[in-house]
Write a protein that binds this ligand. Structure first.
Ligand SMILES: Cc1cc2nc3c(=O)[nH]c(=O)nc-3n(C[C@H](O)[C@H](O)[C@H](O)COP(=O)(O)OP(=O)(O)OC[C@H]3O[C@@H](n4cnc5c(N)ncnc54)[C@H](O)[C@@H]3O)c2cc1C
Length: 600
């Protein structure tokens, strides 16, 4: 029998899928999928971020959305070769809906669709001004009322928020607000970014002195302007700050620094938010149609309550307030927590000559940075990947194409390999008394991040200090109380301290909605983040996407944006398109809204 090429298999399937969808034959479309199948749709069919699992969910979605979506033109992207390995054929394709153009990825098993990813790339008639649509910049010809680019920017900046209302207000001008703001700017959606710090990048600058990005540069690009080829692998925090400041300026964002959002209310009848902000000491009232909270998923500090915190005479700081080690040489410091911030802070304090004890209350996942880069990220985000032709866009889409339900199955072997490679290191850590885990199902760092956003340290050196005892470790025991000068543990151990650092993480982003809007709205929306995997700190029910992030919430016109640089880059695309569609009045029938789960 003649071998059929992967490209032909993909072509045949796309043609069948296109025909079934175009003719409204839902049975035929569903039957093209394996029984065990996944369709992840990022906005094109569902106006939501949604993973459909199995025939029944796909059928239900198509019954609800197909006639409005009007999909057509499923064509293989021949610039990306289809391939075959381990009985799975995969390929890339373009397609359209009635109002948008999309791009997708497909995996076939036994001649049927196993995974399908459909993503929105642009809205027809509202394309970004790029390529052949690039703006001229100069206006050739003659005009006595000519305004320069600078004059126009100044007029816009003076009017927006005062005589002209923005369509969107983004509260929070960290990298999340900035990346989304850049996309909205390109889509022509008038937007103001509200940031209480003075300058873009300050949210990084204000973090502890020793911080460098934990993720490597290939993972961290912002939309439109990738880091140059000579950018360091792990960007120091002040350098990220400067990059964000430059980016905000050249992307022409309306960024209101030194401005604090004080209170926010939604008027159901006018469909408008009232956002009261204090800008340089003066109150300004903004009335956008859409509100995005980009206030940071690592922003609402969790500080545990212990008896005696009021009598302790030394300093107490949450990790987000820790300035760095300089003032603590020769001092005794207890750092409560054993994740990324705890390790970074302990190592820097030790370098500065402090006497540091790390208090580990529960087990932590540790992965060495070089192992993570080589085995965990290397195929998609590395110099090796770039040299092999991998682009950031393609890497993001490959990552997005793996359904969350089965993602751990791809991750477990990676961490098995890492455990084997670094067996001596892990044994030494355990010998030092450190409690290790690899996640509830041994699926490691990414799954922990997606499920709970915490519980790990990417080792860049602090573990050696724990292993050799330079950073003292107390593990498996909780704090009982504080005295005037010590932290007392439940086993009776007394740890003398001049400084206590609470490296105890952050709360859910809907807490920001409670602070700024109301408890009622925060509860209506429910918890942000997590997949509902029923693993530690990610309670069910299964959601299959990250709760409330980048997609419609139970509160009309309220959106949450955030996450690491990769997520912020990738998902800002879908959020910006959802906001643009609403601005221009495109019908956006949302499929599959879920009930709010867990209040914080
Ligand atoms: C120690 C540490 C290390 C990290 N390392 C990495 C890493 O290596 N790679 C990575 O991708 N991510 C990393 N992260 C995660 C990191 O938090 C995010 O990538 C990034 O900061 C998220 O950006 P953001 O814009 O969502 O939130 P933030 O950077 O937290 O920005 C939110 C902004 O909202 C502002 N704000 C809040 N309330 C108001 C208000 N009422 N009015 C006006 N402004 C307000 C704040 O001032 C802040 O600037 C790290 C986080 C921490 C804490």
């Amino acid at each position: 029998m003649l071998d059929i090429s992967p490209g032909t298999k993909i072509d045949t399937m796309l043609s069948k899928l296109g025909q079934a969808l175009a003719s409204g034959d839902i049975d035929a479309a569903v039957n093209l999928f394996q029984a065990d199948c996944y369709w992840r749709d990022l906005v094109t069919f569902t106006w939501n971020l949604k993973t459909l699992e199995g025939h029944e969910q796909i059928r239900d979605m198509l019954e609800s959305q197909l006639s409005a979506a009007k999909p057509s033109n499923f064509v293989q992207d021949t610039k990306e070769a289809a391939s075959e390995a381990g009985g799975v054929t995969d390929g890339w394709f373009e397609f359209e809906t009635g109002v948008a153009r999309g791009y997708g990825h497909i995996r076939l098993k036994d001649g049927l669709i196993w995974t399908l990813l459909t993503t929105m790339t642009e809205l027809k008639g509202h394309e970004e001004p790029k390529g052949f649509r690039r703006p001229m910049g100069a206006e050739h010809g003659h005009d006595r009322d000519r305004k320069t680019w600078k004059e126009k920017r100044e007029i816009e900046a003076a009017e927006l928020g005062y005589s002209v209302q923005p369509e969107v207000v983004i509260i929070g001008g960290g990298q999340g607000g900035i990346a989304l703001g850049a996309r909205l700017r390109q889509l022509g959606v008038p937007t103001i970014i509200i940031e209480k710090n003075e300058r873009p990048g300050d949210s990084w600058r204000k973090r502890y002195k020793s911080l460098c990005l934990h993720d490597p540069v290939w993972y961290d690009h912002l939309p439109y302007i990738p880091f140059p080829e000579n950018w360091p692998v792990f960007t120091p925090k002040d350098k990220v700050g400067d990059w964000l400041e430059m980016y905000t300026k050249v992307m022409e964002l309306n960024y209101w620094g030194s401005t604090t959002a004080k209170s926010v209310q939604y008027d159901e009848t006018t469909g408008e938010w009232t956002v009261i902000v204090e800008r340089d000491g003066k109150e300004v009232v903004l009335r956008p149609k859409q509100l995005v909270l980009a206030t940071g998923m690592s922003g609402k500090a969790n500080v545990p309550k212990f008896d005696g915190q009021d009598v302790f005479k030394g300093e107490q700081q949450h990790s987000s307030q820790h300035p760095g080690p300089d003032a603590y040489a020769g001092k005794k410091v207890v750092v409560i927590g054993s994740n990324n911030s705890a390790h970074d802070i302990c190592a820097a304090l030790w370098e500065a000559g402090a006497d540091v004890t790390m208090l580990q209350r529960s087990s932590t996942h540790i992965v060495k940075s070089d192992s993570l880069m080589e085995i965990g990220l290397g195929d998609l985000y590395s110099e090796r990947a770039v040299q092999g032709g991998m682009t950031t866009r393609k890497a993001d889409l490959i990552f997005a194409s793996l359904p969350y339900r089965i993602m751990h199955e791809f991750q477990i072997p990676i961490y098995d390999k890492i455990r084997e490679k670094d067996a001596d290191f892990y044994a030494a850590l355990e010998k030092a008394g450190f409690m290790l885990d690899f996640g509830d199902d041994d699926s490691g760092l990414f799954m922990k991040y997606l499920r709970r956003g915490s519980g790990y340290y990417i080792d860049v050196g602090a573990c050696d200090l724990v292993i050799d005892g330079s950073i003292k470790l107390k593990s498996g025991v909780d704090v009982s109380h504080l005295t005037e000068n010590a932290v007392v543990l439940k086993d009776g151990t007394e740890l003398p301290a001049d400084l206590v650092v609470y490296a105890t993480g952050y709360g859910s982003m809907n807490g920001w909605a409670a602070d700024l809007i109301s408890r009622e709205v925060a509860d209506k929306v429910g918890k942000c983040w997590g997949l509902g995997s029923n693993t530690t700190k990610d309670p069910g029910p299964w959601e299959g996407e990250q709760r409330n992030m980048w997609k419609p919430t139970q509160q009309e016109a309220l959106w949450f944006h955030g996450g690491n640089l990769h997520q912020s880059r990738h998902y800002s695309q879908y959020l910006s398109l959802q906001l643009k569609a609403r601005q221009v009045g495109i019908d956006t029938p949302v499929y599959g809204m879920t009930k709010p789960q867990h209040l914080s």
